[in-house]
Ligand binder design. Structure first.
Ligand code: PLP
Length: 347
């Protein structure tokens, strides 16, 4: 597709990727003498993993309602974020536009790749999507726009229609990070991929799926973008243990856990405003709450003294005075509430 090809970096457009022994494997041989592996199984990890993660992608596709060719798997979502820069953004020349405050990795990955970040503040009152400002920040070197919905650390989600409307005025890659989509009442944009070839949706195994330790992130997009990302990635980027464990994990339903986390989020959202130190609890569609308090540093230290760690976001623009509290087990949330009950604003 011309509209994607013209966005790709010149050096990537002409790249011939490394072809692994396993890429070139054909038939189903019994004897593997192609990859200089050890023939001794040891603990069962002597063979290189599938560089294309075929089986795992075929298991994910029907769950997400996409084709296997629309899936990229990375070492966390962070790998997919970095690859978007490496595929599309020419260092020292191109820029990206992103909402702020939001997830810090977009900016870090941009800096590492020497790409300018144009941050556009969310609506100050309600963290609404600054559509006009986002489009105004773009120029002919804007290769990608990064949105996060539900957004970290504000917790709110943007309406699908509002996000997709940006495509009318923006000619680059629109990245929508849906790391928290399982906790959200808005539908995922995955169903819209076929209508929007420049849309990239990020999801992850790290949050609702409960596999943060495995490091497995997903990017969904049209086949052309997925092949570009797959061509630039490290050949064996997802190790065999992760592929095997993720396949097993997909057999386990997580609906009950997600339901409990959402109901605990609502319980905390209802109870937190009852504490003197709490000024405001922002509405959340994620598995955390952004809470504005009288003295964020002091409350943060108090919670630590009780063995509870939250995220201090009080130095982030528009989040002044705010702590981000992840929803834990019901007993952990009770402990948070108990610690708040012993907190004296004057202490
Ligand atoms: C937690 C989080 C992720 C997940 O990153 P992984 O590298 O997949 O663990 C992605 N995006 C946002 C906004 C997050 O908060």
């Amino acid at each position: 597709m011309k509209e994607i090809e013209r966005l790709v970096r010149d050096n990537i457009r002409v790249l011939s990727p490394y072809s692994t022994a396993r890429d070139e494997l054909s038939g189903s041989p019994d004897i593997f003498l192609d990859a200089n592996e050890s023939p001794y199984p040891g603990g069962g990890w002597n063979r290189y993993p599938d560089p294309r993660q075929k089986e795992l992608k075929e298991a994910i596709a029907p769950i997400k309602g996409v084709r296997a060719g629309q899936i990229f798997l990375g070492n966390g979502s962070d790998e997919a974020i970095d690859l978007i820069f490496r595929v599309f953004c020419t260092p020292g020349e191109d820029n990206i536009v992103a909402i702020a405050p939001s997830y810090g990795m977009y900016e870090v990955a941009a800096q590492i790749n020497d790409i300018e970040v144009r941050k556009v503040l969310l609506g100050a009152e309600d963290f609404s999507l600054p559509s006009e400002g986002l489009l105004a920040a773009c120029d002919s070197h804007t290769k990608a726009m990064f949105l996060c919905s539900p957004n970290n650390p504000t917790g709110n989600a943007f309406r699908a229609g509002e996000i997709l409307a940006l495509m009318g005025g923006f000619k680059g890659i629109l990245v929508v990070d849906e790391a928290y989509i399982d906790f959200c009442s808005e539908p995922s944009l995955l169903g819209r991929l076929d209508s929007y070839p420049r849309l990239v949706v990020l999801q992850t195994f790290s949050k609702a799926r409960g596999l943060a330790a495995l490091r497995l992130g997903m990017a969904f997009a049209c086949e052309e973008i997925i092949s570009l990302m797959s061509m630039v990635k490290y050949p064996y980027n997802i190790n065999a243990a992760t592929q095997r464990l993720a396949l097993e994990a997909l057999q386990r339903p997580i609906d009950d856990e997600v339901r409990t986390i959402v109901s605990e989020r609502e319980r905390l959202a209802a109870l937190l405003p009852g504490f003197d130190c709490v000024q405001k609890v922002y509405p959340s569609e994620a598995n955390f709450l952004l809470v504005k308090v009288d003295d964020a540093d002091k409350l943060y230290a108090h919670l630590i003294a009780d063995g509870i760690i939250v995220r201090n976001r009080s130095r982030v623009k528009l989040c002044e005075g705010c702590l981000r509290m992840t929803v834990g087990l019901p007993s952990e949330n009770d402990a948070l509430l108990a610690s708040l009950a012993t907190y004296k604003t004057s202490e």
